[in-house]
Design a protein around this ligand. Structure first.
Ligand code: ADP
Length: 488
């Protein structure tokens, strides 16, 4: 069933439901109005007699004669009933006549005869139904004993007339026929219109989605019509934007990677050829060229490592492996590693530490962040070649700042520098880099949920910072414990 519906167009499905619903409504209407009308009518009339009888029996036993007489009038007029109450000798005590043709008051009818029937029935109630000889009505008579059933003090008789429903049914039938034809025609048109209206935006969006699937990233999704269509169109527009971004990034990535790989590879080939053809026999020249080859190879492996790190981080496959370590020692460790090379070239890294704190995060990855930031600061700092690294313990965590005295970064570029492969061209010095360092910083800090940012002033330098959340910082007491433990 489901698979069959899966192949039927929405328009048609809605139309079928609509028409089906209308047909069911009319079927029910026909059943109740035509087929069961007589049955319902008779039942309701008999129920009326039954209720009146039980009220009267109760009142006969509990109320005064005047109250009983009042109730008798009320019940008779409420349901158009003829009522007769007689004593045990069939003498009339109370009478209410609604129709002269009734089985009580009509000619040829005898209360005594009915009373006998009740007595023969062990004083249990009786029901009689007879057609009225003067018209097409039927008469229904109810009779029962009053008081003690072994020795009744009187008898109650109630007559109700059953009007023939045949003529009413035929009028309703004609009306229903007309209404059915009109409404089915109306339902047909309305359902056709509604189903088209509902299906139209979906058809439109499906067509647009096919075009998107072919790679047209400027496809417009038109969700006019109703809320769900609009939501679908919005979702697809968002998906399209994301797909086109991924597509662009992928193309940029391939372009950048191949460009960045080509330069060192060309150099490697050129210098290897030079050694083969020219400098092979000249040890000084040969060493110079070999040095260049080694540097370029380093650059290549640096780049390949960065690409791998970043793709692992961004794929979401890279999980954090947090551990406890001392942040101040870690900072001074990293700075120590830079000092060897950088000081030979005249750079000076100032470390401004705060009290030692034990932090709980991925030591290797946070080390990479600090390393990348210091490496950039050295690369981009000013002529004075000064770099400042600060540890600032605060209530909301530990802020690590890396400051340089370089050109600074223009405000509109700050948003871009954390993007993959963004490299500004306006630096005074030629800096060896892959354009991936800050993307790795961003990916690692995002994975940790740490805030980060840059304050930069053109001509004065930049301060790159990030904050290890307070939840990942152990309090000072713990640190002392660790230190004491170490000292022991
Ligand atoms: P790379 O340094 O390899 O180019 P990064 O992702 O580390 O790649 O940096 C991206 C860009 O951000 C750099 O090309 C540079 O223009 C800018 N940048 C990074 N750090 C600094 C800094 N300390 N001062 C000025 N500009 C910087």
């Amino acid at each position: 069933m489901r698979s069959a519906f899966g192949r039927i167009p929405l328009k048609f499905t809605i139309w079928i439901y609509f028409i089906g619903y209308t047909i069911i409504v009319f079927l029910l209407l026909w059943l109740f109005q035509i087929l069961f009308l007589e049955k319902f009518y008779t039942q309701s009339k008999i129920r009326g007699v039954d209720e009146a009888a039980s009220h009267l029996i109760y009142s006969y036993e509990n109320d005064s004669g005047a109250e009983f007489s009042e109730l008798l009038t009320k019940e008779a007029s409420k349901n158009d009933l003829c009522i007769e109450v007689v004593d045990r000798y069939s003498r009339s005590l109370y009478t209410r006549e609604y129709s002269v043709d009734c089985l009580i008051h009509g000619r040829g009818n005898s209360i005594y005869h009915y009373q006998e029937k009740i007595e023969n029935n062990g004083n249990q109630p009786i029901w009689l139904k007879k057609p009225n000889p003067h018209n097409s009505y039927s008469m229904v008579l109810f009779g029962c004993a009053l008081g003690d059933t072994d020795n009744p003090s009187g008898y109650l008789f109630i007559n109700t007339a059953l009007v023939p429903v045949g003529s009413t049914v035929s009028i309703i039938k004609q009306q229903l026929m007309l209404i059915t034809v009109l409404l089915i025609a109306f339902a047909f048109v309305v359902s056709l219109f509604v189903s088209r209206q509902i299906a139209k935006p979906i058809d439109r969006i499906t067509l647009a989605a096919k075009s998107l699937a072919k790679g047209n990233f400027d496809t417009k999704f038109d969700g006019r019509g109703y809320l769900e269509a609009k939501q679908l169109a919005d979702t697809l527009t968002y998906a399209e934007k994301e797909l086109s971004r991924v597509d662009r990034l992928q193309r940029d990535l391939i372009a950048n990677v191949s460009h960045d790989l080509r330069t060192p590879l060309t150099m490697l080939k050129a210098y290897a050829e030079m050694i083969r053809d020219l400098s092979g026999d000249n040890p000084k020249k040969r060493n110079e060229h070999l040095e260049i080859i080694i540097n370029e190879t380093d650059r290549l492996s640096l780049m390949v490592n960065d690409i791998l790190d970043l793709s692992k981080l961004e794929s979401g496959k890279q999980k954090l492996t947090p551990s406890e370590f001392e942040i101040r020692s870690k900072l001074s460790d990293i700075i120590g590693r830079f000092k060897g090379i950088s000081e030979k070239m005249g750079y000076h890294i100032h470390f401004i530490p705060d009290e030692e704190r034990v932090v709980f995060c991925d030591s290797v990855k946070i080390e990479q962040v600090i390393y990348n930031l210091i490496n950039n600061a050295i690369n981009y700092t000013g002529e004075d070649k000064q770099v400042y690294v600060r540890q600032i313990n605060r209530d909301d965590g530990i802020v690590i700042e890396v400051e340089d005295t370089g050109d600074g970064i223009e405000a509109d570029k700050i948003k871009l520098i954390f993007d993959k492969y963004y490299r500004s061209e306006n630096h005074k010095r030629e800096v060896v880099g892959t354009g991936l360092g800050l993307s790795i910083v961003k990916a690692v800090l995002k994975l940790h949920g740490y805030d980060y940012g840059v304050h930069s002033e053109l001509g004065k330098g930049s301060v790159f910072w990030f904050r290890i959340n307070s939840i990942d910082v152990k309090d000072a007491r713990n640190v002392k414990d660790v230190q004491n433990h170490d000292e022991n």
